[in-house]
Design a protein around this ligand. Sequence first.
Ligand code: NDP
Ligand SMILES: O=C(O)C1=N[C@H](C(=O)O)C[C@H](O)C1
Length: 244
Amino acid sequence: MIRVGVIGARGRMGSEAVRAVEAAPDLELVAAIGSGDALDALDGADVAVDLTRPDVVMDNVKWCLDREIHVVAGTSGFTPERVAAVRGWLAKAPGTGVVIAPNFGIGAVLMMQFAARAARFFESVEVIELHHPKKVDAPSGTAARTAELIAAARAEAGLGAMPDATAEELDGARGADVAGVRVHSVRSAGYVASQEVLFGGPGERMSIRHDSLDRESFMPGVLLSIREVVKRPGLTHGLDALLG
Ligand SMILES: NC(=O)C1=CN([C@@H]2O[C@H](COP(=O)(O)OP(=O)(O)OC[C@H]3O[C@@H](n4cnc5c(N)ncnc54)[C@H](OP(=O)(O)O)[C@@H]3O)[C@@H](O)[C@H]2O)C=CC1
Ligand SMILES: O=C(O)C1=N[C@H](C(=O)O)C[C@H](O)C1
């Protein structure tokens, strides 16, 4: 049995994760921690799953790594600087694993992979992410990571800046610049989590879209990450490596 604690257990994702862990025959829920609860309840846990907020997740990860508790971090906000900080902490806990999962959805992981693969073939690319209006951060972690992957693929292919004649702009009209890729965030009732990556080249365009219609879409990825993190010391960034 893998002993699991969920941090953010009363939230939208955390409560789903609690149910999923409780229903899994090889996992035991040993802690369900909400805001205001002490992390000490994680003593004895093998894995902590963090589904909280970008402003608290780093402290939680550090607390767990100081105690050699493996971490599955689904919370958004993992900038390259934060990922580097986690790597640094892991260097002092070499037997411990961390999975940072910008998105647990299998389709979303594929959408990010496909986008990175297509990136070198198009001169233009922009990302539109659409989420429920209770989301506290923008752009989404998924969109930011997608932009980073696209930017890396473009750089590797020797592509320069994208064509864009914008000379006058209402603040925000062209979205956020993430590693040179424009990311547009929509917040609207009726959405859980969606993303579309738009590519353009001479005489053609292509879009790759993924929609999570229900948070149950994330649960297979949460369970896979828990089962894998105990076998993988060090940092795993994204579910790609876990999917084979
Ligand atoms: N990787 C993925 O596939 C997915 C990631 N996410 C990410 O997961 C995170 C949570 O999303 P969501 O569930 O929608 O958000 P919610 O606001 O519904 O849940 C967050 C929960 O964290 C709790 N919390 C806040 N601070 C602490 C703390 N210091 N210790 C313990 N618990 C705390 C909150 O408690 P309280 O309400 O009392 O403040 C709340 O219950 C977000 O960053 C989101 O982007 C979401 C969906 C999928
Ligand atoms: O807050 C959400 O809901 C989601 N957050 C993650 C993100 O920021 O990418 C994953 C998914 O998009 C749902």
